[in-house]
Design a protein. Sequence first.
Length: 95
Amino acid sequence: MKQPQEELSIVEKGLTLDGSISFKGRLTINGTVKGSLVSDHIVISEEGAVMADTRASDMTIAGIFKGRLTVSGKLVLLSTATCSGNIKCREMELV
């Protein structure tokens, strides 16, 4: 039996989204997101930036995050990450 694949969306480098974004699946951000963001799993790449009120099940940050962040699962901060704002998570890993 074939396993259902997790949905994947990508915000490409050079693209800026401003507004309210909410969906199921995985979001990889190489561009910029401003406003509010809700997703299952979010990855901010080294080129990516998020300035938003954000909620996620799991999140990995290698780029820039500014705002209010609530992660119900695991938050991974890579050595290239820059974070400012209010951060609330169940588990945090610094890599």
